[in-house]
Design a protein around this ligand. Structure first.
Ligand code: GLU
Length: 489
Protein backbone atom coordinates (compact mmCIF):
# COMPACT_ATOMS: atom_id res chain seq x y z
CA UNK A 1 0.00 0.00 0.00
CA UNK A 2 1.24 3.45 -0.77
CA UNK A 3 1.57 5.97 2.01
CA UNK A 4 0.09 8.80 0.01
CA UNK A 5 -3.56 9.35 0.79
CA UNK A 6 -5.93 8.48 -2.04
CA UNK A 7 -7.01 11.51 -4.03
CA UNK A 8 -10.64 12.51 -3.72
CA UNK A 9 -12.48 11.09 -6.73
CA UNK A 10 -13.59 13.73 -9.19
CA UNK A 11 -15.40 12.83 -12.38
CA UNK A 12 -17.27 14.79 -14.97
CA UNK A 13 -19.93 14.51 -17.61
CA UNK A 14 -18.82 16.73 -20.47
CA UNK A 15 -21.51 16.91 -23.14
CA UNK A 16 -21.43 19.07 -26.23
CA UNK A 17 -24.90 20.55 -26.42
CA UNK A 18 -25.46 19.94 -30.10
CA UNK A 19 -28.59 17.80 -29.87
CA UNK A 20 -30.74 15.82 -27.51
CA UNK A 21 -29.37 13.69 -24.66
CA UNK A 22 -29.41 10.24 -26.17
CA UNK A 23 -29.39 7.07 -24.13
CA UNK A 24 -25.65 6.54 -24.71
CA UNK A 25 -24.86 9.96 -23.24
CA UNK A 26 -27.20 9.29 -20.35
CA UNK A 27 -25.42 5.99 -19.64
CA UNK A 28 -22.08 7.85 -19.52
CA UNK A 29 -23.54 10.44 -17.13
CA UNK A 30 -25.04 7.69 -14.94
CA UNK A 31 -21.76 5.76 -14.65
CA UNK A 32 -19.89 8.91 -13.69
CA UNK A 33 -22.54 9.90 -11.18
CA UNK A 34 -22.76 6.44 -9.60
CA UNK A 35 -19.00 6.27 -9.29
CA UNK A 36 -18.80 9.72 -7.66
CA UNK A 37 -21.58 8.86 -5.22
CA UNK A 38 -20.09 5.45 -4.45
CA UNK A 39 -16.69 6.96 -3.68
CA UNK A 40 -18.00 10.01 -1.86
CA UNK A 41 -16.38 12.14 -4.57
CA UNK A 42 -17.52 14.95 -6.83
CA UNK A 43 -19.55 14.82 -10.01
CA UNK A 44 -19.06 17.77 -12.35
CA UNK A 45 -21.09 18.89 -15.30
CA UNK A 46 -18.98 20.68 -17.89
CA UNK A 47 -20.47 22.04 -21.07
CA UNK A 48 -18.16 21.56 -24.05
CA UNK A 49 -19.54 24.26 -26.27
CA UNK A 50 -16.48 25.43 -28.17
CA UNK A 51 -17.87 24.33 -31.51
CA UNK A 52 -20.06 27.38 -31.84
CA UNK A 53 -21.36 26.40 -35.26
CA UNK A 54 -23.05 23.33 -33.78
CA UNK A 55 -24.14 24.84 -30.49
CA UNK A 56 -27.85 24.87 -29.71
CA UNK A 57 -29.30 26.87 -26.85
CA UNK A 58 -32.39 24.67 -26.77
CA UNK A 59 -30.28 21.52 -26.55
CA UNK A 60 -28.55 22.87 -23.47
CA UNK A 61 -31.81 23.53 -21.64
CA UNK A 62 -33.15 20.12 -22.54
CA UNK A 63 -29.95 18.43 -21.51
CA UNK A 64 -30.03 20.06 -18.09
CA UNK A 65 -33.71 19.18 -17.69
CA UNK A 66 -33.06 15.56 -18.68
CA UNK A 67 -30.18 15.17 -16.22
CA UNK A 68 -32.32 16.62 -13.46
CA UNK A 69 -35.20 14.35 -14.37
CA UNK A 70 -32.88 11.35 -14.09
CA UNK A 71 -31.88 12.59 -10.63
CA UNK A 72 -28.22 13.05 -11.55
CA UNK A 73 -27.39 16.09 -9.44
CA UNK A 74 -23.99 17.67 -9.98
CA UNK A 75 -21.71 19.13 -7.34
CA UNK A 76 -20.11 21.65 -9.66
CA UNK A 77 -21.31 23.01 -12.96
CA UNK A 78 -23.98 25.21 -14.52
CA UNK A 79 -26.54 26.60 -12.07
CA UNK A 80 -24.64 25.40 -8.99
CA UNK A 81 -21.25 26.98 -9.77
CA UNK A 82 -18.10 25.78 -8.03
CA UNK A 83 -14.43 26.58 -7.48
CA UNK A 84 -13.50 26.12 -11.15
CA UNK A 85 -15.99 28.42 -12.81
CA UNK A 86 -16.86 28.78 -15.58
CA UNK A 87 -18.11 25.28 -16.42
CA UNK A 88 -18.83 26.41 -19.97
CA UNK A 89 -15.80 25.97 -22.18
CA UNK A 90 -16.76 28.91 -24.39
CA UNK A 91 -16.11 31.12 -21.33
CA UNK A 92 -12.67 29.63 -20.66
CA UNK A 93 -10.81 30.62 -23.81
CA UNK A 94 -8.07 32.40 -21.84
CA UNK A 95 -7.02 29.12 -20.26
CA UNK A 96 -6.70 27.30 -23.57
CA UNK A 97 -4.86 30.17 -25.23
CA UNK A 98 -2.46 30.37 -22.32
CA UNK A 99 -1.54 26.69 -22.52
CA UNK A 100 -1.31 26.77 -26.31
CA UNK A 101 1.18 29.61 -25.99
CA UNK A 102 3.06 27.73 -23.31
CA UNK A 103 3.33 24.69 -25.58
CA UNK A 104 4.69 26.82 -28.42
CA UNK A 105 7.20 28.42 -26.07
CA UNK A 106 8.41 25.02 -24.89
CA UNK A 107 8.64 23.80 -28.51
CA UNK A 108 5.94 21.16 -28.03
CA UNK A 109 3.69 22.98 -30.45
CA UNK A 110 4.04 25.39 -33.34
CA UNK A 111 2.02 27.95 -35.24
CA UNK A 112 0.86 26.69 -38.62
CA UNK A 113 0.08 29.21 -41.36
CA UNK A 114 -1.14 26.80 -44.01
CA UNK A 115 -4.29 28.09 -45.62
CA UNK A 116 -7.48 26.03 -45.85
CA UNK A 117 -6.92 25.95 -49.64
CA UNK A 118 -3.49 24.39 -49.21
CA UNK A 119 -4.88 21.81 -46.76
CA UNK A 120 -7.66 20.96 -49.21
CA UNK A 121 -5.13 20.43 -51.98
CA UNK A 122 -3.02 18.27 -49.72
CA UNK A 123 -6.02 16.13 -48.85
CA UNK A 124 -6.89 15.76 -52.53
CA UNK A 125 -3.36 14.59 -53.36
CA UNK A 126 -3.42 12.13 -50.49
CA UNK A 127 -6.73 10.78 -51.72
CA UNK A 128 -5.38 10.30 -55.24
CA UNK A 129 -2.36 8.47 -53.82
CA UNK A 130 -4.52 6.36 -51.53
CA UNK A 131 -2.94 7.83 -48.43
CA UNK A 132 -4.80 8.60 -45.21
CA UNK A 133 -5.45 12.32 -44.75
CA UNK A 134 -2.86 13.93 -42.53
CA UNK A 135 -1.06 17.23 -42.26
CA UNK A 136 2.38 17.12 -43.91
CA UNK A 137 3.98 19.16 -41.12
CA UNK A 138 5.28 21.86 -43.43
CA UNK A 139 5.15 24.64 -40.79
CA UNK A 140 6.81 22.44 -38.19
CA UNK A 141 10.10 23.19 -39.90
CA UNK A 142 9.79 26.98 -39.81
CA UNK A 143 12.47 28.50 -37.59
CA UNK A 144 10.86 29.51 -34.30
CA UNK A 145 11.84 33.18 -34.62
CA UNK A 146 10.36 33.42 -38.12
CA UNK A 147 7.15 31.85 -36.92
CA UNK A 148 7.03 34.18 -33.90
CA UNK A 149 7.46 37.22 -36.16
CA UNK A 150 4.62 36.12 -38.41
CA UNK A 151 2.38 35.59 -35.36
CA UNK A 152 3.37 39.01 -34.01
CA UNK A 153 2.52 40.56 -37.38
CA UNK A 154 -1.01 39.21 -36.98
CA UNK A 155 -0.86 36.50 -39.63
CA UNK A 156 -3.72 34.04 -39.37
CA UNK A 157 -2.63 30.69 -37.97
CA UNK A 158 -3.58 27.66 -35.96
CA UNK A 159 -1.46 26.01 -33.26
CA UNK A 160 -0.48 22.38 -33.81
CA UNK A 161 0.99 19.82 -31.44
CA UNK A 162 4.36 18.35 -32.39
CA UNK A 163 3.57 14.67 -32.33
CA UNK A 164 6.63 12.42 -32.06
CA UNK A 165 7.70 10.71 -35.31
CA UNK A 166 8.80 7.48 -33.68
CA UNK A 167 7.88 5.26 -30.80
CA UNK A 168 4.49 4.49 -29.37
CA UNK A 169 2.00 6.15 -27.08
CA UNK A 170 0.76 3.78 -24.45
CA UNK A 171 -1.93 4.11 -21.84
CA UNK A 172 -3.75 1.69 -19.61
CA UNK A 173 -7.48 1.74 -19.95
CA UNK A 174 -9.07 0.58 -16.71
CA UNK A 175 -11.48 -1.65 -18.63
CA UNK A 176 -9.53 -2.76 -21.69
CA UNK A 177 -5.98 -2.79 -20.41
CA UNK A 178 -2.99 -1.53 -22.36
CA UNK A 179 -3.72 0.43 -25.53
CA UNK A 180 -0.62 0.96 -27.59
CA UNK A 181 -0.64 3.32 -30.57
CA UNK A 182 2.29 3.87 -32.95
CA UNK A 183 3.05 7.58 -33.00
CA UNK A 184 3.34 7.65 -36.78
CA UNK A 185 -0.48 7.47 -37.02
CA UNK A 186 -0.88 10.48 -34.72
CA UNK A 187 -0.37 13.52 -36.89
CA UNK A 188 0.20 17.06 -35.66
CA UNK A 189 -3.26 17.78 -34.45
CA UNK A 190 -4.65 21.27 -34.17
CA UNK A 191 -4.87 22.54 -30.59
CA UNK A 192 -6.05 26.08 -31.20
CA UNK A 193 -8.01 27.18 -34.24
CA UNK A 194 -7.56 30.35 -36.26
CA UNK A 195 -10.34 32.13 -34.37
CA UNK A 196 -8.70 31.51 -31.00
CA UNK A 197 -11.08 28.75 -30.05
CA UNK A 198 -9.55 25.48 -28.86
CA UNK A 199 -10.22 22.12 -30.42
CA UNK A 200 -12.02 19.51 -28.34
CA UNK A 201 -8.68 17.84 -27.56
CA UNK A 202 -6.94 20.82 -26.01
CA UNK A 203 -9.97 22.09 -24.11
CA UNK A 204 -10.77 18.63 -22.78
CA UNK A 205 -7.26 18.00 -21.47
CA UNK A 206 -6.77 21.47 -20.02
CA UNK A 207 -10.09 21.35 -18.21
CA UNK A 208 -9.69 17.81 -16.92
CA UNK A 209 -6.39 18.92 -15.45
CA UNK A 210 -7.51 22.27 -14.05
CA UNK A 211 -10.70 20.77 -12.66
CA UNK A 212 -8.67 18.01 -10.99
CA UNK A 213 -10.51 15.18 -12.70
CA UNK A 214 -9.22 11.83 -11.45
CA UNK A 215 -11.17 9.43 -13.69
CA UNK A 216 -12.46 9.90 -17.21
CA UNK A 217 -15.40 7.63 -17.95
CA UNK A 218 -16.62 8.10 -21.50
CA UNK A 219 -17.89 6.16 -24.50
CA UNK A 220 -15.43 3.99 -26.38
CA UNK A 221 -15.79 6.11 -29.51
CA UNK A 222 -13.25 8.38 -27.78
CA UNK A 223 -10.52 5.71 -27.62
CA UNK A 224 -8.76 7.00 -30.77
CA UNK A 225 -8.56 10.47 -29.16
CA UNK A 226 -6.97 9.28 -25.96
CA UNK A 227 -3.39 8.75 -27.23
CA UNK A 228 -3.52 12.31 -28.57
CA UNK A 229 -4.65 13.49 -25.16
CA UNK A 230 -1.80 11.57 -23.54
CA UNK A 231 0.63 13.43 -25.80
CA UNK A 232 -0.84 16.73 -24.64
CA UNK A 233 -0.60 15.70 -20.98
CA UNK A 234 3.03 14.72 -21.53
CA UNK A 235 3.84 17.94 -23.34
CA UNK A 236 2.37 19.98 -20.49
CA UNK A 237 4.05 17.80 -17.87
CA UNK A 238 0.75 16.80 -16.31
CA UNK A 239 -0.35 13.45 -14.92
CA UNK A 240 -3.23 12.00 -16.96
CA UNK A 241 -6.36 10.77 -15.20
CA UNK A 242 -7.47 7.13 -15.17
CA UNK A 243 -9.31 6.32 -18.39
CA UNK A 244 -12.33 4.01 -18.55
CA UNK A 245 -13.87 3.70 -21.96
CA UNK A 246 -17.39 2.34 -21.71
CA UNK A 247 -18.54 -0.36 -24.12
CA UNK A 248 -20.67 0.56 -27.08
CA UNK A 249 -24.44 0.15 -26.83
CA UNK A 250 -25.92 -1.71 -29.79
CA UNK A 251 -29.48 -1.83 -31.02
CA UNK A 252 -31.31 -5.12 -30.83
CA UNK A 253 -30.30 -7.33 -33.72
CA UNK A 254 -26.93 -5.53 -33.89
CA UNK A 255 -25.97 -2.23 -35.43
CA UNK A 256 -25.71 1.19 -33.96
CA UNK A 257 -28.46 2.77 -31.94
CA UNK A 258 -30.49 5.24 -33.90
CA UNK A 259 -33.80 6.99 -33.52
CA UNK A 260 -35.34 4.63 -36.01
CA UNK A 261 -34.10 1.55 -34.20
CA UNK A 262 -36.05 2.43 -31.11
CA UNK A 263 -33.25 4.11 -29.25
CA UNK A 264 -34.32 7.63 -28.72
CA UNK A 265 -33.54 10.48 -26.44
CA UNK A 266 -34.03 10.36 -22.72
CA UNK A 267 -36.83 12.88 -23.19
CA UNK A 268 -38.62 10.50 -25.53
CA UNK A 269 -38.55 7.76 -22.93
CA UNK A 270 -39.90 10.18 -20.36
CA UNK A 271 -42.76 11.02 -22.72
CA UNK A 272 -43.41 7.33 -23.28
CA UNK A 273 -44.05 7.00 -19.56
CA UNK A 274 -40.88 5.43 -18.21
CA UNK A 275 -39.85 6.30 -14.67
CA UNK A 276 -36.52 8.05 -14.15
CA UNK A 277 -35.34 5.46 -11.60
CA UNK A 278 -36.07 2.76 -14.17
CA UNK A 279 -33.99 4.52 -16.80
CA UNK A 280 -31.12 4.79 -14.31
CA UNK A 281 -31.45 1.14 -13.31
CA UNK A 282 -31.79 -0.08 -16.90
CA UNK A 283 -28.95 2.03 -18.32
CA UNK A 284 -26.63 1.15 -15.45
CA UNK A 285 -26.79 -2.46 -16.59
CA UNK A 286 -25.55 -1.61 -20.09
CA UNK A 287 -21.90 -2.45 -19.58
CA UNK A 288 -21.92 -3.07 -15.85
CA UNK A 289 -23.33 -5.71 -13.55
CA UNK A 290 -23.19 -6.11 -9.78
CA UNK A 291 -21.79 -9.63 -10.14
CA UNK A 292 -24.78 -11.38 -8.65
CA UNK A 293 -28.09 -12.28 -10.11
CA UNK A 294 -29.63 -8.91 -9.45
CA UNK A 295 -31.36 -6.71 -11.96
CA UNK A 296 -33.91 -4.61 -10.12
CA UNK A 297 -31.92 -2.13 -8.09
CA UNK A 298 -33.15 1.09 -6.65
CA UNK A 299 -30.72 3.97 -7.01
CA UNK A 300 -29.31 3.64 -3.47
CA UNK A 301 -28.54 -0.03 -4.13
CA UNK A 302 -26.85 0.86 -7.42
CA UNK A 303 -24.66 3.37 -5.60
CA UNK A 304 -23.73 0.82 -3.00
CA UNK A 305 -22.84 -1.85 -5.56
CA UNK A 306 -21.25 0.20 -8.32
CA UNK A 307 -17.60 -0.38 -9.07
CA UNK A 308 -15.36 0.30 -12.06
CA UNK A 309 -13.98 -3.22 -11.82
CA UNK A 310 -17.28 -4.71 -12.86
CA UNK A 311 -17.60 -2.71 -16.07
CA UNK A 312 -17.01 -5.14 -18.90
CA UNK A 313 -15.68 -4.32 -22.36
CA UNK A 314 -18.24 -6.39 -24.27
CA UNK A 315 -20.82 -4.41 -26.21
CA UNK A 316 -24.21 -4.07 -24.53
CA UNK A 317 -27.60 -4.43 -26.20
CA UNK A 318 -30.44 -2.00 -25.67
CA UNK A 319 -33.40 -4.32 -25.11
CA UNK A 320 -36.64 -2.32 -25.19
CA UNK A 321 -38.70 -5.28 -23.98
CA UNK A 322 -36.58 -5.52 -20.89
CA UNK A 323 -36.95 -1.81 -20.27
CA UNK A 324 -40.73 -2.15 -20.44
CA UNK A 325 -40.66 -5.18 -18.15
CA UNK A 326 -38.53 -3.28 -15.66
CA UNK A 327 -40.90 -0.33 -15.68
CA UNK A 328 -43.80 -2.67 -14.90
CA UNK A 329 -41.82 -4.14 -12.02
CA UNK A 330 -41.28 -0.68 -10.56
CA UNK A 331 -44.99 0.04 -10.94
CA UNK A 332 -45.66 -2.95 -8.68
CA UNK A 333 -43.17 -1.72 -6.12
CA UNK A 334 -44.30 1.90 -5.98
CA UNK A 335 -47.34 2.84 -3.91
CA UNK A 336 -50.37 4.81 -4.95
CA UNK A 337 -49.04 8.09 -3.49
CA UNK A 338 -46.08 7.91 -5.83
CA UNK A 339 -48.35 7.72 -8.85
CA UNK A 340 -50.96 10.35 -7.91
CA UNK A 341 -48.96 13.40 -9.09
CA UNK A 342 -47.82 11.57 -12.21
CA UNK A 343 -51.19 10.21 -13.34
CA UNK A 344 -53.67 12.94 -12.45
CA UNK A 345 -52.26 15.47 -14.94
CA UNK A 346 -52.38 12.82 -17.66
CA UNK A 347 -56.06 12.20 -16.99
CA UNK A 348 -56.80 15.89 -16.95
CA UNK A 349 -54.97 16.28 -20.23
CA UNK A 350 -57.10 13.47 -21.63
CA UNK A 351 -60.21 15.53 -20.79
CA UNK A 352 -61.28 13.97 -17.48
CA UNK A 353 -62.93 16.41 -15.09
CA UNK A 354 -61.44 15.01 -11.92
CA UNK A 355 -63.31 17.51 -9.76
CA UNK A 356 -66.49 15.60 -10.55
CA UNK A 357 -65.19 12.55 -8.64
CA UNK A 358 -64.30 12.10 -5.00
CA UNK A 359 -60.58 12.08 -4.15
CA UNK A 360 -61.00 8.58 -2.68
CA UNK A 361 -62.48 7.34 -5.93
CA UNK A 362 -59.65 8.80 -8.02
CA UNK A 363 -57.09 7.34 -5.65
CA UNK A 364 -58.67 3.91 -5.82
CA UNK A 365 -58.62 4.08 -9.64
CA UNK A 366 -54.88 4.76 -9.57
CA UNK A 367 -54.35 1.97 -7.07
CA UNK A 368 -56.26 -0.60 -9.11
CA UNK A 369 -54.65 0.36 -12.41
CA UNK A 370 -51.02 0.68 -11.39
CA UNK A 371 -50.32 -3.02 -10.94
CA UNK A 372 -51.50 -3.77 -14.46
CA UNK A 373 -49.68 -0.90 -16.11
CA UNK A 374 -46.25 -0.91 -17.67
CA UNK A 375 -45.99 2.71 -18.69
CA UNK A 376 -47.71 5.90 -17.53
CA UNK A 377 -49.85 6.32 -20.69
CA UNK A 378 -51.43 2.95 -19.86
CA UNK A 379 -53.44 4.80 -17.19
CA UNK A 380 -55.03 6.77 -20.02
CA UNK A 381 -55.16 4.11 -22.71
CA UNK A 382 -56.61 1.44 -20.42
CA UNK A 383 -58.14 3.38 -17.55
CA UNK A 384 -60.53 6.11 -18.69
CA UNK A 385 -63.54 3.86 -18.03
CA UNK A 386 -63.20 4.88 -14.39
CA UNK A 387 -64.55 8.25 -15.49
CA UNK A 388 -66.61 7.57 -18.62
CA UNK A 389 -69.09 4.85 -19.45
CA UNK A 390 -67.69 2.76 -22.31
CA UNK A 391 -68.56 4.25 -25.68
CA UNK A 392 -67.57 1.04 -27.46
CA UNK A 393 -66.54 -2.51 -26.65
CA UNK A 394 -63.18 -4.04 -27.50
CA UNK A 395 -63.58 -5.22 -31.08
CA UNK A 396 -61.27 -8.18 -30.84
CA UNK A 397 -63.14 -9.92 -28.04
CA UNK A 398 -66.61 -8.47 -28.37
CA UNK A 399 -67.99 -11.21 -30.62
CA UNK A 400 -66.66 -13.85 -28.29
CA UNK A 401 -68.01 -12.42 -25.04
CA UNK A 402 -71.13 -10.78 -26.40
CA UNK A 403 -72.51 -13.71 -28.40
CA UNK A 404 -75.83 -15.53 -28.56
CA UNK A 405 -77.45 -15.60 -25.13
CA UNK A 406 -75.16 -12.91 -23.70
CA UNK A 407 -77.92 -10.35 -23.31
CA UNK A 408 -80.00 -12.83 -21.28
CA UNK A 409 -76.96 -13.84 -19.27
CA UNK A 410 -76.19 -10.22 -18.43
CA UNK A 411 -79.83 -9.70 -17.40
CA UNK A 412 -79.47 -12.61 -15.01
CA UNK A 413 -76.29 -11.09 -13.62
CA UNK A 414 -77.92 -7.68 -13.28
CA UNK A 415 -80.49 -9.32 -11.02
CA UNK A 416 -77.67 -10.80 -8.95
CA UNK A 417 -75.89 -7.46 -8.66
CA UNK A 418 -79.12 -5.80 -7.54
CA UNK A 419 -80.07 -8.51 -5.10
CA UNK A 420 -77.81 -7.99 -2.10
CA UNK A 421 -74.81 -6.40 -0.55
CA UNK A 422 -72.57 -4.49 -2.97
CA UNK A 423 -68.93 -5.18 -2.24
CA UNK A 424 -66.23 -7.28 -3.86
CA UNK A 425 -66.55 -10.31 -1.57
CA UNK A 426 -70.36 -10.42 -1.68
CA UNK A 427 -70.43 -9.97 -5.46
CA UNK A 428 -67.89 -12.72 -5.92
CA UNK A 429 -69.92 -15.09 -3.74
CA UNK A 430 -73.13 -14.40 -5.69
CA UNK A 431 -71.34 -14.78 -9.05
CA UNK A 432 -69.91 -18.10 -7.90
CA UNK A 433 -73.32 -19.37 -6.76
CA UNK A 434 -74.84 -18.19 -10.05
CA UNK A 435 -72.17 -20.04 -12.04
CA UNK A 436 -72.80 -23.24 -10.10
CA UNK A 437 -76.55 -23.12 -10.35
CA UNK A 438 -76.48 -22.48 -14.11
CA UNK A 439 -73.63 -24.92 -14.86
CA UNK A 440 -71.24 -22.24 -16.14
CA UNK A 441 -67.60 -21.52 -15.53
CA UNK A 442 -66.52 -18.34 -13.69
CA UNK A 443 -64.93 -16.94 -16.85
CA UNK A 444 -68.25 -17.20 -18.72
CA UNK A 445 -69.62 -14.57 -16.35
CA UNK A 446 -66.53 -12.53 -15.67
CA UNK A 447 -65.51 -11.71 -19.26
CA UNK A 448 -68.87 -10.40 -20.45
CA UNK A 449 -69.30 -8.39 -17.24
CA UNK A 450 -65.85 -6.85 -17.59
CA UNK A 451 -66.48 -5.96 -21.21
CA UNK A 452 -69.84 -4.44 -20.28
CA UNK A 453 -68.56 -2.26 -17.47
CA UNK A 454 -65.19 -1.23 -18.88
CA UNK A 455 -65.28 -1.89 -22.63
CA UNK A 456 -61.90 -3.62 -22.12
CA UNK A 457 -60.92 -7.26 -22.26
CA UNK A 458 -58.51 -6.96 -19.31
CA UNK A 459 -57.98 -4.87 -16.22
CA UNK A 460 -58.06 -5.03 -12.44
CA UNK A 461 -59.78 -7.94 -10.63
CA UNK A 462 -63.43 -7.76 -11.69
CA UNK A 463 -65.04 -7.68 -8.26
CA UNK A 464 -62.72 -5.03 -6.93
CA UNK A 465 -63.37 -3.05 -10.06
CA UNK A 466 -67.15 -3.36 -9.61
CA UNK A 467 -66.91 -2.23 -6.01
CA UNK A 468 -64.75 0.74 -7.01
CA UNK A 469 -67.05 1.84 -9.83
CA UNK A 470 -70.08 1.63 -7.54
CA UNK A 471 -73.48 0.01 -7.88
CA UNK A 472 -75.14 2.70 -9.98
CA UNK A 473 -72.41 2.84 -12.60
CA UNK A 474 -72.14 -0.95 -12.78
CA UNK A 475 -75.86 -1.45 -13.29
CA UNK A 476 -76.14 1.41 -15.76
CA UNK A 477 -73.27 0.02 -17.81
CA UNK A 478 -74.55 -3.55 -17.73
CA UNK A 479 -77.95 -2.40 -18.92
CA UNK A 480 -76.36 -0.34 -21.68
CA UNK A 481 -74.41 -3.41 -22.79
CA UNK A 482 -77.61 -5.48 -22.97
CA UNK A 483 -79.18 -2.81 -25.16
CA UNK A 484 -76.07 -2.60 -27.34
CA UNK A 485 -75.94 -6.37 -27.84
CA UNK A 486 -79.64 -6.42 -28.79
CA UNK A 487 -79.06 -3.55 -31.22
CA UNK A 488 -76.08 -5.37 -32.79
CA UNK A 489 -73.64 -2.87 -31.15
N1 GLU B 1 -17.66 16.70 -25.39
C1 GLU B 1 -17.41 15.30 -25.56
C2 GLU B 1 -18.74 14.64 -25.87
O1 GLU B 1 -19.58 15.30 -26.36
C3 GLU B 1 -16.78 14.76 -24.30
C4 GLU B 1 -16.04 13.48 -24.46
C5 GLU B 1 -15.27 13.20 -23.20
O2 GLU B 1 -15.90 12.80 -22.21
O3 GLU B 1 -14.09 13.41 -23.17
O4 GLU B 1 -18.99 13.48 -25.64
Amino acid sequence: MSDTPQKRVRVRFAPSPTGYLHVGGARTAIFNWLFARRMGGDFLLRIEDTDQTRYQEKALHELIADLKWLGLNWDEGPEVGGPHESYFQSKRLDHYQKYARQLVASAHAYPCFCTPERLDELREQQKVNNLPPSYDRRCRNLPADVAAQRVAAGEKHVVRLKAPFHGNTVFKDHIRGIIDTPNRVLDDLVLLKGDGFPTYHLANVVDDHLMEITHVLRGDEWIPSTPRHILIYQALGWEPPVFCHLPVILAEGGGKLSKRKGAASVGDYRDLGYLPEVMVNFLSLLGWSPGEDLELMETDVLIEKFSLDRIHPKSAVFDEKKLEWMNGQYFLRRDVDYFMPLVLPLWEKAGVNLAAFSPEYVRRAVELLKDRSKRLPDFVDYGLYFFNDPAAYDEKTRNKHFGAGSAELLEGLIAEVESGEFNAAALEARYRAFAESTGRKGGDLIHPTRLAISGMPFGPGLFELMEALGKDAVLRRMRAAVAAIRAGF
